[in-house]
Design a protein around this ligand. Structure first.
Ligand SMILES: [Zn+2]
Length: 388
């Protein structure tokens, strides 16, 4: 494939030839599954003006997985695995311009109308009860945020805790990063270097959608519904298989091998470094289109189903691969639903399953469990023989 994503001409009218997000995904990712430009991971630049998603050359699987994660958080998190300099962090930060809106409580305690509707006035704080009585909204639409876990975060930063109020003989409860990540994206770079305790807490909170915190006499429950994105360089240490299994999608990010792609990647990065604002603006029409297509696909997702026939075929493939974890089909089917929704369809096809199969199913088999079960089978047989 020689076709390469061109840098859009700012003079050109807004591109309208993409009818669905999937067509756009194919367009921006159809450059040969490959890798990433050797982007400078210069946080001082990317913090202000992130490199645009549409400027990333190649890396089809990484880009697809990130878009599917935005459309359907039920995918259960994404782990990007690859060496340094392959643009994992750049890609995650580039999502900033694509993030859709979400309905969010405007209250510190996270009170919602639905709390009152299902439990009653006691379920919300006095201020929100007053607002509700006056017919005022408890929520507002807000852009999804990208929350990054700092490398040196301690357990109190993650879950929150008591904080002494200076000059006063009392404490206030400080919210943790997990709660800030609620309804947002939580990005953990070098997730394999986190302490056991912190990774367990984050994965539990992510799976349950809430977490409990107890400090002395204080205890509280906070919401923590977020899309978890982790990245790791396997040269710097491995994740335990149990932890690998808890990331919905596992994406292998390698360096670009196609010389033409590498050249384009180099040129794009040069253009971005020369004038980040101009480079971003050149892609703005398409960036805006992707964002609105993501929102459209999110709505479509509610009506997108997988038929019993297609699901049965998927499950028999999982069985033939000897994958035990039930997370395999949850992630696989949810990713396929997101892909079908991005293509404006309400039915998942085998083709959808095929496209997302590798990222959902790789690294699910445990050699330890294989050995364990075959050893147990042997023992069962010996037992039966000796009892016969
Ligand atoms: Zn409230």
């Amino acid at each position: 494939m020689d076709e390469i994503t061109p840098i859009p001409d700012p003079e050109e009218p807004i591109n309208t030839r993409f009818k669905t997000l999937r067509e756009l995904i194919d367009f921006v990712t159809g450059v040969v599954p490959g890798e990433h430009p050797q982007l400078e991971e210069n946080s001082s630049i990317t913090d202000r003006l992130p490199y645009p998603f549409l400027g990333i050359v190649g890396q089809k699987e990484m880009k697809l997985s990130l878009l599917l994660g935005l459309i359907n958080p039920a995918i259960g998190g994404i782990l990007l695995i690859g060496p340094r300099g392959t643009g994992k962090t750049t890609a995650v930060r580039s999502l900033l311009d694509l993030l859709p809106s979400v309905e969010r409580s405007t209250c510190f305690y996270g009170c919602l109308n639905e709390d009152i509707e299902t439990i009653g006035m006691d379920a919300v704080c006095p201020e929100c009860a007053r607002k509700f009585g006056m017919g005022e909204a408890l929520t507002s639409m807000d852009k999804v945020r990208l929350v990054e876990l700092p490398l040196n975060a301690g357990i109190d930063d993650v879950v929150g805790g008591r904080e002494e109020e200076p000059g006063l003989d009392r404490y206030k409860i400080k919210k943790g990063i997990l709660n800030q990540a609620d309804k947002n994206i939580l990005y953990i770079d070098e997730v394999n270097l986190l302490s056991q305790q912190i990774i367990d807490v984050i994965l539990d909170a992510s799976a349950q959608g809430f977490y409990n915190i107890r400090r002395g006499f204080h205890s509280a429950s906070h919401n923590s519904r977020f899309v978890l994105i982790g990245s790791m360089n396997p040269e710097e240490g491995f994740l335990r298989p149990q932890i690998l299994d808890r990331f919905g999608l596992r994406v292998l990010v390698k360096g670009l091998t196609n010389p033409q792609e590498r050249l384009l990647a180099y040129q794009q990065v040069q253009a971005y470094n020369r004038n980040p604002r101009l480079f971003i603006n050149q892609m703005l029409p398409q960036t805006n289109q992707v964002r609105s297509e993501i929102e459209k696909a999110q709505k479509m997702l509610k009506e997108t189903n997988i038929s019993a026939d297609v699901a049965k075929k998927g499950i028999s493939i999982i069985r033939s691969l000897q994958i035990d974890s039930l997370r395999a089909e949850i992630t696989w089917f949810e990713a396929a639903r997101a892909l079908a929704a991005s293509d404006d369809r309400t039915e998942v096809t085998m083709d959808d399953l095929n496209v997302v199969a590798s990222m959902a199913l790789r690294m699910r088999r445990s050699k330890f469990m294989d050995d364990y079960f075959s050893h147990q089978d042997l023992e069962e047989k010996e037992l039966k023989n000796s009892l016969a």
